[in-house]
Write a protein that binds this ligand. Sequence first.
Ligand code: C2E
Ligand code: MG
Ligand code: MG
Length: 631
Amino acid sequence: FNNKRASVRIRESIMRSRQWLLILLTPLLVGVIAYSQLGVLYGLAAIAAIYLLACIYLISRWSEAKDTGTAYKRYLDQLLFGLESSPQSILFTTAEGNIAYANGNFCELIGLGGNDLTGKNLRDYRDIGVPDTLFDDVGETIAKGEEWHGELFFEKAPPSGKHTLTTCRPIFNEDNEFVFVLTLIDDISDEKVFTQRLYMNAHYDAVTGLPNRSHSIEKLEQATLAAKSRESFFSLVYINLDRFKLLNDSLGHNEGDQVLNQIAGRLRNTVHSNDLVSNLGGDKFMVLLQNQRDEDAVRSVVAIRKAIAEPVDVSGQELSLSASIGLTTFPDDAKNAPDLLRNAESAMYHAREQGGDGFYRYRHEVDNRAASRLAMESHLRYAIDRDELHLAYQPVISLEQNELVGAEALLRWRNRELDNPTPDMFIPIAEETGLILPIGDWVLEQACLQAVEWRRLNPNFVMAVNICAKQFEKGHILNAVEHALSVSGLPPHCLELEVTERLLMGNDSLTKNLLYRLKDMNVRLALDDFGTGYASLSYLKQYPFDLLKIDRSFIADCQESEQSRQLVLAIVSMAHSLGMKVIGEGVERLEQRRLLKDVECDMAQGYLFTPAITADRFTSWADQYQQLQIN
Ligand code: C2E
Ligand code: MG
Ligand code: MG
């Protein structure tokens, strides 16, 4: 190619020297002819005239050329300006890799911004900023005369490398010889970040950074296929933090997120790097233990429980957490990923039903429980509409006067298909599903209406209604109580709300505030099942409880155990000193009643008087009881 160029240049210079010869010789020839025909004077005049004309011609040609040169230079400048301002990186090299032109963007891309690379060879920058692919892969394609198109990463591009879409096009001369390579490079780093972010959002949990539910299920499916083909096994651990919702609502969602994040980090640090830790949504985590089963898997679960139990630091506050954990193994417990996950979940629920803070190894019968749980949930949705719910009432008796002073409303569910589930079976499900909200509203209203009726016969009558933690969420209880009181017309001091110690866990200001607001409404507050939780009596000082109900397990033990007797005595006297009245629950025998009376317990309820009965039967029971007292 270069030889051709040279020959063209030689030809042009020959042409140019011929022109000069013509310009020099023509006046001389015309002068000689004029001199020989017309004499010296004419000869010289002719020569001078022709030279003058030649000069004029040359000057005009020169200025024309000068103009063309200036225009050409301007044209080149504009072209260069255009190339330099292009958002693309542009590189123009010879077939041998000599750089004929590289714009500023290209220099920046290989980390040599501000340099002029013209005349250098691209290979000199191979290890410095130009990706290897551009020589190997691309070189091969280009050599075949084909265009190359693909993604390249320029690691030296500031600030931390750039992803590009690069096109390399071979350029041929008139003789179809491959002479140049034009490389055009688009920066796609932003798009790359965006698509990466989209991928992250779709596959990872925003709070913990762990794979999310759908991604975990994909990975679980891959794991089952891999285990099948390798004839290996793995275990699946399903973790649900206990009472996290309560913690989240009381501490705030930011703090809740911090807790989840810390737990996620601990789980990752507890298991092997090739085990999968993921988030199944909120406070549910999944851990896939590769090549582990039986004792190995149990050992890992023990380590996981230990890691969760370490105090969590949230905004300077130390919290202790626990979890309900389900464990299942592939292929021992299930043949595919969805079944395996379901098994792990039902094992987790089993652990949770046992009070949480524990783990359960999946067994087939747990699966049946999960199925019955699911059936219960779907039936419960229509229980109110189908008129399947009703209230039973258990009388509360004052021990001093032996008088009926009130009743506790206890929910009953008549559902033959499910064999009439007891509250202990369906209330937790209603709470988890949120169905307790409409059901709880209904209970409050019914109980208040019934209380108004019984107060006509007994003006001191107080109706107690059980309320669970879920009903306190978002202050729901305030509206529910207000509504029930206004619909029924029951004076607030005749309604007693029973809550358990579980509600007080976390010691959050929201719950406390709600309890005080209920107290301001003049509603009575009772702490149910006292003694089964962790609350100490002094701890209760900060809450506005009017009444304390000693759990029936203490009453049951009273006769046999001196310790229980002492405890009951201590509870009653301390409660009195804090201005609370006391009810003994589950009184089944006369001796228990006597004992409670001896320790000055205020009231009692239990099978000794009657189990919870329907409203109609309660009315006649109350009548009979009163007759009995009179006689
Ligand atoms: P609880 O509030 O502690 O209710 C007392 C439970 O003890 C009742 O069981 C009652 O039937 C039973 N009981 C009463 N006297 C005796 C006795 O002498 N011996 C024995 N062994 N048991 C006795 P039930 O009705 O099955 O209720 C269980 C729990 O379900 C209740 O415990 C309460 O926490 C919950 N519950 C019941 N109704 C409702 C409701 O309407 N709303 C809410 N949130 N929870 C409810
Ligand atoms: Mg109760
Ligand atoms: Mg109770």
